[in-house]
Each structure stands twice: as structure tokens, then as C-alpha cells.
Design a protein around this ligand. Structure first.
Ligand SMILES: [Zn+2]
Length: 441
């Protein structure tokens, strides 16, 4: 009887392994299928390098783009058109990471499961995971400022909102000169990286939790500045005596600079790498811009500033969203996806101990109650960290606000970045509130 049971288990394990292998094969097939099925010299599907047929809809079936006989017709609502431009793509294919460019084979009716074309002249329908109304809310909240807003379900990785600005109306594309520096064709969420400022304290904190045994027992102190060699790390004010929880909530530069010096640049770099912040992350086969963490000399002011998200630190917003999603999801990062049919194949990877994730999550809760003010985020079970990243050149700092809702009904993680937007918690925090309210209500 025991033997039979053991054999049954073996067979079940074997079946599971085969199923997993098949699943993996389908994912690879789906992703690389694009390369050969959607190549631009396919005469039936393309004319002059442009797709001739296909439809792109949002998660609720709202038409974002209908291509019939080479005629492009975008969403009815102008705000939706502007808010979904970078996800959908422009007629001339200038937005390299757009659905028109990246998912041409799905648009043509290529089926990633059977691998059979259903192309009969009508094309296929590509369903994106974004919600066009949520995108419109984010676009309005950015109010003409450059930046990006993204929201994802941290249990599935589905991207519900992905807006990049500046944008334009694809029905009436403006003349954009070749020496334009606004980066209007760039999807900032996928293809840019930025100085993180204080949101990077979450990374330094994670490394400190796992490497400094008495972190939570320690008494820290800040006099408003701290000398490192010939230079100084400065805070906005003297934060006084505090525990690590208060250091995060008050965003004390001196404490996090000190932690970076203690951890050393190799450990700091190791954690940035483990969290996917220094390499491209994969979003449906699109590799994002890589972030950066330079190894500064031990004991240097550069290493100190790197723990505060300054020095040469850079992060990509998608990689940041994946990182905060992992904190929300007990340390497991679910890969981000924007194509509805891909999300069922989406894998996850543990990038952080669950105890570390839980501790950081509680501290982000404290940031909201202690510093940002629950009244500024009514009804939201918000956990967040702000960043006000100095960018030099006399420009206003970049404003960041990242985090998630500790809410089973709305398991949403988000990232908001406003270039030269000023103060993180107010400027970007207010955008986050508007978008999350729209997502929840
Ligand atoms: Zn301080």
C-alpha cells in the first residue's frame, strides 16, 4: 500500500514537472513568437512598415486602437488617447516599446498557445491589462508635468495603469523636431532611469535589516549634518535622538548614510542587484532601462550619499514598482505584465525574506501615519515612502512616491515620479492619492 502511494506521488511529481516545462515552453514561445510572426516584411500584415489590421482594447474591452485596412482609429476620448499613447503606440511607430511595435503578432491574430494564425484579413484583438479610465485619471493628476505613474496588482503582476508624460494626441500628432529634448516618444516607466533620492532608503533599510543584528535596538542621533572625511551629509533639520523606524519616517539622511558606510559598497551593490534595480527587468519580453549603483570607496562620502539614493544612483520606475510589489507580496516579486493573455504564464521569484518584507511594510505604514498624514489618503490602507531627489543644475528635485495598499480587495502597488516636481510627499503623494482613489472607487 505504501509502495503504491509512493509511486502515485512519483507519477504526480512527474506530471507536475512536465506541466511546468510545458508552461515555460509556452511562455518562451509566446515571447519569441513575436520575433518571427510579426516581422515587418510580412506582406499581408504590413504596408510600408505599418500594421494594416488589428485591434487593441483595455482590460474592460474599451477600444484604444482599431486598425482596419491600414486606417488607424484611436479611442474616442482625447484624454484616454493621450494617457494610453505610450502603451498603445503612435501611427509612425516612434514609440519603440509600444504594443503596436512589440506585440504585432498578437495584433495579427497569432495565437500564442496553438501557434496558429487566425489571420483572415480582420486581424486579431490584443487585450492590455491597463484600465483606460485609470490611465486618464493619472494623466489628469500629472497636470502637464513630465513623469510617470504606474499601478500594478502585486499578486498577479498585471499593470493596471501606465502613463508617461509628456504625451500627445495620436489622432492629431504634432510636429516634433528631430532635436526635441522632451523625450515625448519615451515611455519613462519602461525606458528611463532617474535619481531615486529617499525612496532608495528602502533598499538600504532591507540590507541593514538582514546584516545588522541590533538595528532595531540601536539609538541613532542626528544633529542635522554628519561629517564624512572633508565633506558633510546634511538633513533638512536636526532629527535628534531616534530609533530606525523614526529615521525612515523622518527620512533622516545622516542615519541612512551611516548605515551605508557600515554595510559597505559591496553589500549595498549586492542588494541592489538582488532586487533587480541595477539590471533590466523583463516586462512581456521588453527589457526596461537598467538602474545603476556604483561601487564607491569604503568610508567615502560618495558611499554615504549612495545609501540615501543620491551619488550616482539611478532606478528605473518599472524596476522600482517590482521592488515595492515584492515588499507588499511577502518578498516575492511577480513579473510585471501588460498583455492580458500573458498574465496566466507569469512567474514569481522570491527576492527578499518574508520577515524583512513584513518589517519594511510596517515601517512604511508608520511613514504614512507619522509623516504623510492618513487624512491626505482618506480610506486607503496606504504604505509608502517618498523621495525628493536632488538632480543638480539649479533644477527642482524629482518628486517620488512609491508604495502599496495593504488591502486584500485592492492589492495595488504604485510608483509616481514627477520630474522636477518638487517635494515628494506632497507633489507626488497627491498624484498617488488621486490615482489610488480612482482605482479603489
Ligand atoms: Zn537627520
Amino acid at each position: 500500500m505504501k509502495k503504491v502511494k509512493r509511486r502515485t506521488v512519483s507519477v504526480l511529481v512527474l506530471i507536475a514537472v512536465i506541466a511546468a516545462g510545458l508552461g515555460l515552453y509556452i511562455i518562451r514561445f509566446a515571447v519569441s513568437g513575436d520575433d518571427w510572426a510579426g516581422f515587418a516584411s510580412n506582406g499581408n500584415a504590413f504596408s510600408g512598415g505599418r500594421l494594416q489590421e488589428g485591434k487593441i482594447v483595455d482590460r474592460n474591452g474599451v477600444i484604444l486602437l482599431d486598425i482596419t485596412g491600414g486606417e488607424y482609429s484611436y479611442a474616442q476620448d482625447e484624454t484616454v488617447r493621450r494617457a494610453t499613447l505610450h502603451a498603445v503606440g503612435d501611427r509612425d511607430g516612434n514609440i519603440g516599446t509600444s504594443a503596436i511595435k512589440m506585440f504585432a503578432s498578437e495584433l495579427l491574430g497569432y495565437n500564442p498557445i496553438t501557434g496558429i494564425y487566425s489571420f483572415d484579413g480582420d486581424g486579431g484583438t490584443l487585450q492590455l491589462t491597463i484600465d483606460s479610465q485609470l490611465n486618464a485619471a493619472a494623466y489628469n493628476a500629472l497636470a502637464g508635468r513630465s513623469g510617470t505613474v504606474a499601478v500594478a496588482d502585486y499578486t498577479t503582476g498585471e499593470i493596471l495603469c501606465m502613463v508617461s508624460t509628456p504625451s500627445f494626441d495620436p489622432e492629431n500628432p504634432p510636429e516634433i523636431s528631430s532635436d526635441d529634448t522632451s523625450g515625448v516618444y519615451l515611455n519613462r516607466f519602461l525606458s528611463s532611469s532617474f535619481t531615486p533620492g529617499s525612496i532608495y532608503k528602502l533598499v538600504t533599510l532591507a540590507a541593514a535589516i538582514e546584516n545588522i543584528d541590533d538595528l532595531f535596538q540601536r539609538d541613532f542621533s542626528c544633529s542635522g549634518s554628519m561629517q564624512v572625511g572633508e565633506d558633510n551629509i546634511v538633513c533638512t533639520r536636526a532629527h535628534g535622538e531616534m530609533k530606525i523606524e523614526d529615521a525612515l519616517a523622518m527620512s533622516c539622511n545622516c542615519v541612512f548614510a551611516q548605515l551605508a558606510l557600515e554595510l559597505g559598497s559591496a553589500t549595498m551593490a549586492e542588494y541592489a542587484g538582488e532586487y533587480g534595480l541595477t539590471s533590466a527587468v523583463n516586462v512581456d519580453g521588453i527589457g526596461t532601462a537598467a538602474g545603476r549603483y556604483d561601487l564607491a570607496p569604503e568610508g567615502s562620502v560618495d558611499l554615504a550619499w549612495s545609501g540615501v539614493g543620491q551619488y550616482n544612483d539611478l532606478v528605473n520606475p518599472a524596476a522600482m514598482l517590482r521592488f515595492v510589489s515584492a515588499i507588499a507580496n511577502s518578498g516575492k516579486a511577480v513579473e510585471l505584465t501588460q498583455v492580458d493573455s500573458f498574465s496566466i504564464f507569469n512567474g514569481s521569484k522570491r527576492i527578499m525574506r518574508s520577515s524583512t518584507a513584513e518589517k519594511i511594510s510596517q515601517m512604511m505604514d508608520y511613514c504614512v501615519s507619522y509623516t504623510y498624514g492618513e487624512e491626505n489618503f482618506p480610506g486607503l490602507q496606504l504604505r509608502a515612502k517618498s523621495g525628493t531627489a536632488e538632480v543638480g543644475g539649479g533644477r527642482e528635485p524629482n518628486a517620488w512616491f512609491v508604495g502599496f495598499l495593504e488591502d486584500e480587495e485592492h492589492p495595488l502597488a504604485f510608483v509616481v515620479l514627477i520630474e522636477n516636481g518638487g517635494w515628494g510627499s506632497t507633489a507626488a503623494g497627491s498624484v498617488a492619492n488621486q490615482v489610488l482613489q480612482a482605482a479603489v472607487n
